[in-house]
Design a protein around this ligand. Structure first.
Ligand code: GLC
Length: 564
């Protein structure tokens, strides 16, 4: 029988380290590997099982490191390869596994392959590793098709040929500094495998796969007949007066069936190690059935559950999302994962501070609406108890354990997310969830950088974060940090939690509840009024104090029937 340790990923709690903003060891205002190493004790004490570290490779940073110029080295501003290796060893010593972030859809435009492609000119072998095409129009002045870039504007950029004339266009689903590679090219496939092995050989336990659903594009790169065919995610449709997900239909570059063959090959690489390595897909695929395809036994191990991340705060809605996830992923034998925030979306304290009835896409647009941050925090406390009680694994995005809100008033001139420029200053982008963490003290940099640092944090921290530092919250039983610590520790000690099943309780409207065996129940009160807790249970932990046996509005509780 397989050792259960082989399946650690089935119920792991994985902490996302957004390296630029986690901890700055050398005082240049940017987080780094030295900073992570200095905080491993904090992470181990928090009670998580593994870290996922955002890209730390050499990069011109057009998209905060998601534009990689060398996949097998470390960006000097983050440290050295030797420090990276030391971090992996030290993390293992304190019981933490390490996942890195691989970016296979595109390289940086400074990657040697891309420079060679531009220099070699049209029709060259070097251009075949990317997606170069002649333009349309009389003089090739129009992009080859109408595909849009995720960050705004067209997904094509025209190069100047070596002879100085305006030339071919190349595809970039993200920023122009992120040219898409051609995944039908054998050299591309072989090189990414070599990168996987490079890091696996250094003890790395797995990879998060960046935009895992985008690698393969429809042959011929056809234009869409209708602009709606390019929409992603597709707008919900009204069915019987209710908003429902639009039915799935093929898209020219997202979630193409052909992408799965790549992951079958990657799985063979991961399984070739004595302790098999693991993958988590970043695939923004709304339909649980489509997402489950990435998780078939010979493909990837897990995927982020973005449908859960985007869910509205509504008991019926949450129940449906959870059930569909468990059904579809269970059908292929894969565990679910649950995620509330990451470096691409508005922090959930601030999302939950807004009322909304439409799930999905417009998390950033929500930020303009009136907010009740106290309510957002309360719901966030309840949400983490729900998240950690569900079957499968979970993600914690750095700073959510401190209850950090989105920073919504960053001055325009500090914004770095390419979305801001590419959208013509209509979308402020993702910097508000990327502000450096507050560790200690009363004022910026709140211990993010060492004493006497030569530079301020790369994004300014708010003046009122003193009470949110890890130090200020430590030992305060009412703090978000102590709630996370207590819940994670309890989760580790409660046999009913982690991988497994749940059974729904039929409770009055607005109350979500389920049991897990042996002897565990979780109740979430999504209503605005207190509700009774079923008889015969003892309280393990609650996000708010119970009042006369009632679970207050916007709160959650873990219960045990083993009250002896
Ligand atoms: C993923 C990353 C995001 C990045 C994009 C392009 O969605 O999470 O931060 O901008 O891919 O690589």
């Amino acid at each position: 029988m397989a050792d259960p340790a082989d399946h650690w990923w089935r119920d792991a709690v994985i902490y996302q380290v957004y390296i630029r903003s986690f901890a700055d060891g050398n005082g240049d205002g940017l987080g780094d590997i030295a900073g992570i190493r200095s905080r491993l004790g904090y992470l181990a004490d928090l009670g998580v099982d593994a870290l996922w570290i955002n890209p730390w490779y050499p990069s011109p940073m057009a998209d905060a490191g998601y534009d990689v110029s060398d996949y097998r080295d470390v960006e000097p501003r983050f440290g050295t390869l030797a420090e990276a290796e030391a971090l992996v060893t030290e993390a293992h010593e304190v019981g933490l596994r390490v996942l890195l972030d691989i970016v296979p859809n595109h390289t940086s435009d400074r990657h040697p392959w891309f420079r060679a492609a531009v220099e070699a000119g049209p029709g060259s072998r070097q251009r075949e590793r990317y997606v170069f095409r002649p333009g349309r129009g009389e003089a090739g002045e129009l992009p080859p098709n109408e595909w849009p870039s995720v960050f705004g504007g067209p997904a094509w950029h025209r190069v100047t040929e070596p002879d100085g004339t305006p030339g071919e266009w190349y595809l970039h689903l993200f920023a122009p500094e992120q040219p898409d590679v051609n995944w039908t090219h054998p050299e591309v496939q072989a090189d990414f495998e070599a990168t996987l092995r490079f890091w696996f050989d250094r003890g790395v336990d797995g990879f998060r796969i960046d935009v895992a659903h985008s690698l393969v594009k429809e042959e011929g790169l056809p234009d869409a007949e209708d602009a709606a065919d390019l929409e992603w995610p597709r707008s919900p449709v009204e069915v019987d007066g209710r908003l429902e997900r639009a039915p799935w239909r093929p898209h020219p570059f997202w979630d193409r069936d052909e992408v799965h063959e790549i992951y079958r090959q990657w799985r063979r690489v991961a399984d070739s190690y004595d302790e098999p390595r693991v993958f988590v897909a970043e695939a923004w695929v709304d339909e649980p059935e489509r997402l489950a395809r990435y998780l078939r036994p010979d493909e990837l191990h897990t995927a982020f559950n973005f449908t859960y991340l985007q869910a509205v705060w509504d008991a019926g809605y949450l129940r449906r999302v959870i059930s569909e996830t468990l059904d579809e992923q269970g059908a292929v034998g894969a565990p679910a994962t649950w995620v509330l925030s990451n470096h691409d979306v508005a922090r959930h304290v601030s999302r939950f501070a807004r009322e909304r009835d439409v799930p999905g896409s417009s998390l950033m647009q929500l930020l303009g609406r009136p907010a009740d941050l106290a309510l957002g925090r309360r719901r966030a406390r309840a949400a983490v108890l729900l998240t950690l009680a569900l079957p499968g694994g979970a993600y914690v995005y750095q700073g959510e354990e401190l209850g950090l809100p989105e920073v919504e008033d960053l001055p325009d001139d500090v914004l770095e997310d390419p979305t801001w420029e590419r959208s013509g200053h209509t979308d402020r982008g993702r910097d508000g969830c990327r502000v450096p963490l507050p560790w200690a003290g009363e004022r910026p940099p709140y211990g993010f950088s060492p004493e006497g640092a030569s530079a301020a944090p790369w994004l300014p921290q708010p003046d009122d974060w003193g009470p949110l530092t890890a130090q200020a919250q430590t030992g305060d039983p009412g703090s978000m940090l102590e709630l996370y610590r207590a819940a994670l520790s309890l989760r580790g000690r409660t046999p009913a939690l982690g991988d497994g099943r749940l059974a729904w309780l039929d409770l009055p409207g607005g109350v979500l509840g389920f049991t897990r065996e042996p002897g565990f129940a979780c109740l979430v009160n999504v209503t605005g009024d207190p509700v009774p807790v079923p008889e015969g249970y003892g309280v393990l932990i609650a996000s708010e104090d119970l009042e006369d046996g009632l679970l207050p509005a916007a709160s959650a509780v873990w219960l045990t029937s083993n009250t002896r």
